[in-house]
Structure formats: structure tokens, C-alpha cells
Design a protein around this ligand. Structure first.
Ligand code: F3S
Length: 386
């Protein structure tokens, strides 16, 4: 530690800074870090009251009341309700603690971004260091954007935000970012849903290894987002390389065929009946996805008895106001700052969720007590409309 870091550690800068420094130093000791490094941004998960519960609220309040303030741009993951649609449907006892959580974060200077796609709000220079929680965003930042972040937990991301530094270990070090397993995709992967299924399959198979994935057809960043989210859902992989055959040639090899992808899609599709919710936006929709959805529903009407939700950030929602209008005109709901998985769908009587997201399909049976139907965006939209 530097002299200044030692002073913070010893409490000269108050309890909040001391507590955060102690969290970071302990983490660094556990993983053999030799120093703290400055970060460009932080992203904090554990925002939804549904997944957070009551216990951590007191800790957040004490941190905020003791002068905890973030030193770098710090964004927040989705909460459990939105201010437009769900707020009117959920009981007061669920809303009040959620608002309390947001108030504490705001007091500490966090940006109320409420999104799992913070990379749409800021440009991350390649090779820059960050402290992000939210596993899907971590894999996207490392693999697609070339930024460097470990997979933080909510508390360690918040501690890093308040100190402005993170311990130098894991994939903050160049030697730990090299691929150590070669994944050959022999299957033809047709759409974002199958990319998600590939991610679920690989997450289970890889543990925390870093794959070099070869054989994937060229695909958009929006579709890659599904692979990022899914691979982190079932495993501890924090990044992958695409088409890096040279560095991966000598490594352990895993082949993925069509049967494995199809079987994974089938396993994730537990629902056999008609969906009562069609959900797009896990991870949160980009502007381009909003445009595609709006173009598809233009002139159509959502079927009676079906909820159609599109989740995104308030930032993208503002930029997509014309698309939002089209979706709402068709009877859909654009929900910002929230996500289906961390909201209270079971309290709204939703029992079957149709989605293009393998991550949502994986979590829905446990976190939403709902069956899932996993299908590409186009099929989801066709199912939602009359
Ligand atoms: Fe985001 Fe919720 Fe999916 S936080 S990645 S939309 S489960």
C-alpha cells in the first residue's frame, strides 16, 4: 500500500473509506495482489430489493451516512420495478425498501443508470481497468470491448468505486487474459438464442477457463451479448477470445456440435403452454434492438391476455423515444431500469415467460417461479402479436 492508502486503511479518512479499503485489501490478499490500481469506472450489482433483501440496506445506509462517496463514474444494475408500469401494480411494502436502496446509492453519488448494459452509457478505452459487477457486462467488457475487469461482487465493486481503485489480480494482469482452452464450434449457430444456448453449455463445461472460440460465423455485438450473458450464468468464465486459433492451438480442445446446442435449447424451454409474458431485453436492449422490435410490431397489436415487455435503460429509452411509441401503440410495455428476472413477475400471476434470452430462461423457474419458452426474437414477437 502507498502511504495514502495506509492512512485510509487506518481510518484517517473516516469509517466508510476505511471499511472499503479493508474490503479491497482483504480481497487482494486472498488473490495474491501486490498493489491497488486506479479504475476508470465501477458498476454495482445487488440493486433489486427482490434479490438483495433487507439485511444489506442498513450497511448501505451506514456507508452513505459515514461519508462514503464514489471517486469514479459508478453505474447501477436494474432494480425490481420501473416508475412507469410496475410501480402501479406492486404493493407499497415492496416499493418502499426499493426506493430506500436507491436513495442510499444516490447519496453516495452513484449514477441511477439501473441497467445491466452500462457499456451503452460510456466509452471504455481498450485496455482500461474497471471494477464491474454484473457478470454479463463483465464478459462483454472484456471480450467484445477489450476493457479489463474482474467479476466483482456488489460490495467489492462499491468498495472499489469509493476508493477509486481495485486490487491488481485476475484478468487485470495480461498473462491471465490468455486463452487456455480451445473451443471449436462445429454447429451452425443460427441466431441469438442458439448463441445463448452455446454460452449456457460452455459455462457448465469451462469452469473459470478462458476459451478461444473458433468456428462461429460472424455475428453482431447484440447477438454476442447473449453469449456473454449466458456463459457467465452457468460458469465463472470472465472472458473469451473469438477466432484466436493461433494462441489456442496447443491447448485443451472442446468441440461443440448441433446436438449439444439443440439439447440445451430444449432443456431451457421448460414451458409447454402459451406464454402469458413475452419478454425481450435480457441483457437490456440496445438502440438497434429497440429499432428492430419497433419495426416488427409496427401496425400490429399485442394479443389479448398476453403481456409484452421490452426492458432497457432509461438512457436508451430516451434515445429510442420514437421506437418506444411504436411498441406502446402496439400494446407492449417498454420498462426501463428493471428486468424481468429481478422483478416480481410471480406476484403479477405470470406463469410462463417466452424470451430470446438463455439467461432469463435459465433463471425463470427459480427466480420467477415460471416456466420458460426460449426462442429467437422474431418468434417471440410473432407469438406476442395477434
Ligand atoms: Fe440484465 Fe436482468 Fe438479464 S440484470 S442480464 S436483464 S437477468
Amino acid at each position: 500500500m502507498t502511504r495514502e492508502e495506509e492512512r485510509i486503511y487506518d481510518g484517517e479518512h473516516g469509517w466508510a473509506n476505511q471499511t472499503c479499503m479493508r474490503i479491497l485489501v482483504r480481497l487482494g490478499q486472498l488473490f495474491g495482489a501486490e498493489r491497488l490500481i486506479p479504475i476508470g469506472s465501477a458498476h454495482v450489482s445487488g440493486v433489486s430489493y427482490k434479490t438483495l433483501g433487507d439485511a444489506p440496506i442498513e450497511f448501505l445506509r451506514t456507508l452513505a451516512d459515514s461519508g462514503g462517496t464514489v471517486k469514479v463514474k459508478t453505474t447501477l444494475n436494474p432494480q425490481s420495478l420501473d416508475s412507469h408500469y410496475l410501480r402501479g401494480k406492486l404493493e407499497e411494502s415492496l416499493q418502499k425498501p426499493q426506493l430506500d436502496i436507491l436513495r442510499q446509492f444516490e447519496k453516495m453519488g452513484l449514477t441511477k443508470s439501473l441497467t445491466c448494459t452500462p457499456y451503452y452509457l460510456q466509452r471504455l478505452p481498450r485496455g482500461s481497468h474497471h471494477a464491474w459487477a454484473e457478470s454479463s457486462a463483465v464478459v462483454y467488457a472484456n471480450s467484445v470491448l477489450g476493457a479489463w475487469t474482474n467479476r466483482e461482487g456488489g460490495p467489492s465493486a462499491l468498495a472499489a468505486a469509493i476508493i477509486g481503485k481495485t486490487p491488481d489480480y485476475g484478468i487485470h494482469k495480461a498473462e491471465n487474459r490468455r486463452p487456455n482452452v480451445r473451443v471449436k464450434v462445429e454447429a451452425k449457430v443460427h441466431n441469438e438464442t442458439e448463441l445463448g444456448a452455446l454460452g449456457i453449455f460452455l459455462g457448465k463445461t469451462l469452469g473459470d477457463k478462458i476459451p478461444a472460440i473458433i468456428g462461429l460465423q460472424k455475428t453482431s455485438n447484440d447477438d454476442l451479448k447473449q453469449l456473454c450473458a449466458a456463459i457467465a450464468t452457468t460458469g465463472m468464465t470472465n472472458m473469451f477470445h473469438l477466432d484466436d486459433d493461433k494462441t489456442a492451438r496447443e491447448k485443451e480442445r472442446i468441440d461443440v456440435n448441433s446436438n449439444q446446442i439443440e439439447r440445451t435449447v430444449d432443456e431451457l424451454s421448460s414451458g409447454r403452454g402459451e406464454p402469458d409474458l413475452v419478454f425481450l431485453g435480457c441483457p437490456h436492449c440496445s438502440l438497434d434492438e429497440m429499432k428492430r422490435i419497433a419495426g416488427f410490431v409496427e401496425g400490429g397489436q399485442v394479443r389479448a391476455g398476453v403481456e409484452f415487455w421490452v426492458c432497457t435503460s432509461c438512457h436508451v429509452r430516451r434515445a429510442a423515444s420514437a421506437y418506444v411509441k411504436s411498441i406502446e401503440k402496439a400494446g407492449g410495455h417498454v420498462l426501463d431500469g428493471v428486468c424481468t428476472v429481478v422483478s416480481w413477475t410471480e406476484k403479477l400471476g405470470i406463469r410462463t415467460i417466452m424470451t430470446n434470452s438463455a439467461k432469463t430462461a435459465y433463471y425463470a423457474p427459480v427466480l420467477n417461479k415460471a416456466e420458460a419458452v426460449l426462442a429467437p426474437m422474431k418468434d417471440c414477437l410473432e407469438s406476442a402479436l395477434q
